[in-house]
Write a protein that binds this ligand. Structure first.
Ligand SMILES: [Zn+2]
Length: 367
């Protein structure tokens, strides 16, 4: 049984997004998840001893500068200062900010740093950062797609620059491609050696319309950016194929010293935005495939940070499964069902995976 830190503060519910229209990236995502975690005695006054509540800290502007231009930081500050609870400002068409958004974003990035500190100090083994706003669409100069600053790449850089970690493997299982993360890694912005695998709904007809299967990086990074572009309707069998044929072999060959997860839950079959067929169990099952790799190469070290996921009930159940499997390997929610069509599985097995393997095979012995 491993000790899992759960990084949360109510500031993450103070980033308000509801203007004239309702917005899927809402505070209830974290508030309801906390309620469900309390029901499972994973958080709150009755939490079991293998779950440790952790308060985030502020990231500094200097730390944000590792990944983001000063002009973007000033833009966010300015937009937040002009916003009011009645009149939100926007970084792009779907990325609103409100008076507490900058404070929430600094705590989201800093919450990831705090999780890393506690793991590296040996106080916990792993962590889940239950933060808003999310980060994986933000790049050097732009906040977009509900994201202000790129929490996971800031965390990557924190590990390699401040914590002596040389090799970080990142798995992004949000339904949307982690295009901001890919962009920052492609530019070599986080120090150290980074393997980045994003699995997502095929972006040829889905936001962010980037991170196609043939994008594998450049220069020293070539072959260490991998995009698994699921067909709509893909579910557990497709996930298992992708994990067994691509993610696990690459992670094993890479031998990461730390595993980071961009944990978005909008690939769930009930999600109002995504078009994939993941279940409550899918997320815990993916953790169970990565856990032995973390144990073998990274002293068990693993941290997940919240990205998307817009069905309030399924995100809470799925996160409970992620945190539980991180600690014990056991699912606590296991009755969710999705009927995956056989043609999706055949496409994944016979077309998609061989195609991706073809792109990256020159760079990996295990492929
Ligand atoms: Zn998403």
């Amino acid at each position: 049984m491993k000790k899992i830190g759960i990084v949360y503060d109510d500031i993450f519910a103070e980033h308000h997004t509801q203007g004239w229209f309702s917005h899927p990236e809402c505070k209830e995502r974290v508030l309801h998840t906390i309620d469900v975690l309390k029901e499972h005695e994973m958080y709150g006054k009755d939490h079991a001893e293998n779950y440790v509540p952790i308060m985030p800290r502020d990231a500094t502007f200097e730390e944000l500068n590792w990944c983001h231009e000063q002009a973007l930081i000033e833009w966010v500050k300015d937009a937040v200062s002009k916003s009011s609870e009645k009149r939100l400002e926007h970084m792009d068409g779907d990325t609103p900010v409100s008076p507490q958004s900058l404070n929430a974003a600094l705590q989201a990035a800093g919450g990831n740093f705090e999780a890393i500190d506690k793991i590296m100090e040996g106080k916990i083994n792993r962590a889940f950062v239950l933060c808003r706003p999310p980060g994986h669409h933000a790049n050097k100069g732009r906040s977009r797609g509900f994201c202000l600053f790129n929490n996971i790449i800031l965390a990557t850089h924190y590990l390699t620059r401040k914590k002596g970690i040389k090799k970080v493997a990142i798995f992004d299982f949000d339904v949307h491609a982690g295009n901001g993360s890919e962009d920052l890694i492609w530019r070599g912005i986080p120090e150290g050696e980074v393997l980045f695998i994003s699995s997502h709904q095929d972006p040829r007809a889905f936001y962010p319309f980037e991170c196609h299967a043939d994008e594998i990086g450049d220069g020293a990074q070539k072959g260490k950016i991998v995009n698994i572009t699921y067909a709509p309707g893909s579910g557990d069998q497709c996930i298992n194929l992708a994990l067994d044929e691509i993610v696990s072999p690459l992670f094993r060959e890479f031998k990461p010293e730390f595993i980071l997860i961009s944990a978005g839950f909008d690939a769930h079959h009930t999600d109002p935005i995504g078009g994939l067929g993941f279940t409550d169990q899918s997320y815990g099952n993916m953790i169970n495939k990565l856990s032995p790799i973390a144990d073998e190469f990274a002293s068990g070290r693993m941290a997940a940070t919240l990205e998307g996921g817009y069905n309030i009930d399924s995100i809470a159940r799925s996160i409970s499964n992620v945190i539980s499997t991180m600690s014990t390997g056991k699912l606590i929610e296991d009755e969710d069902e999705f009927q995956e069509k056989s043609d999706r599985v055949e496409y994944t097995e016979n077309v998609l995976i061989p195609k991706i393997q073809g792109f990256i095979a020159p760079y990996w012995k295990s492929i």
